[in-house]
Design a protein around this ligand. Sequence first.
Ligand SMILES: *Cc1c(COP(=O)(O)O)cnc(C)c1O
Length: 410
Amino acid sequence: MAQLGTRTAGETQTDRHIAMVEEHSAHNYAPLPVVIARGEGCWVTDVDGDKYLDMLSAYSAVNFGHNHTEIREAFTRQAHTLTLTSRAFHNDQFGPFCELITSITGYDMVLPMNTGAEAVETALKTARRWGYEVKGVEENKAEIICCTSNFHGRTITVISFSDDPCNGPFGPFTPGFRLVKYGAADALETAITPNTVGFLVEPIQGEGGINIPPDGYLTKCREICTKHNVLMMADEIQTGLARTGKLFAVQHENVRPDVLILGKALGGGVMPVSAVLADKEIMGVFDPGSHGSTFGGNPLACAVAMAALTILTRDNYADRAAELGTPFIERLKTIKSPLIKEVRGRGLLIGIELKPEAGGAKKFCKKLKEEGILCKESHDHVIRIAPPLIIEQKDLDWAFERIKRVLEEA
Ligand SMILES: *Cc1c(COP(=O)(O)O)cnc(C)c1O
């Protein structure tokens, strides 16, 4: 499978590409030293011909694997037909997309955007406007509650309520947000005031370190939001669309948020497609001109998203993620290493948290790369394992042996 060790001495293609990036790209990322040139299913090949198992899936954007036939066909068909009209006009992919995504999610209406951060911004605008026009909060007084160690994107407003110390200095920040401890429903209730319009939460925190809240947390948050007339907004950009073994991670607790935020896998691993979903009483607050996006709802994005949503439900990826992920998590727990603090996960969203004395997860991700596995640390001490949901058992077995060896030999 992995064909490692084939490189000759001297400058490799990999070195050349990395030098170009180092020289001419902003240094806002610290990627592993691998330059991917091709992808097929769960496997990618780098510019020097080495093959790796992708166990990150572009942070869950590639849930259906690389180069999925039906997604690629939908993309190329639409690329040859019509790609962009703007919403100044209708296009013939948008209506069917709206109908499909609302029927799958069970909400009345959708507002399409492109990136995840834009969808989060859209949800925040929805909650504020709903607060003023429906709940009756005095203008400019709305408060939105968010959680500690959240990740909702990179725009100025979104990082205004992040407590990640890496996020700065970029102030002054957008006011109107409060942070409460993730996983503590009581803290949410205490923080609510008559001006609170929304509560934004990730059902499992992906970037925060694969943090799974205590059982019953989402249910309690739902009750508290209902009791105080506050919109519960679930950011399912990473956890949604089958990743955790349910179509949406809130379904582990049978919770229905007022506002559902989707992104990443919605674009089928091909292009950025995000969406905010809510019922009429909430999404109805937008009127023409109050929000928009030149590319949001474009026919190419709609065609790709429809292909992704169709295979997602038809091929039952949620069950697949649970069937493959649950035993894999149990197996990872059998790895005997004094460096492991905890193995946790749901479906195929898995974190291996290392003790601080292990010296950080990054060096283990580098070692796994040498073994032919690509994954990425989540925060400093967590190795995140999130392969495409199309992964096969034999590939998981192959990966397990290598993860075990790297951790046990350390
Ligand atoms: C990735 C992510 C975002 C941001 O999405 P972008 O497309 O990178 O803007 C927001 N929320 C969560 C939970 C995410 O994982």
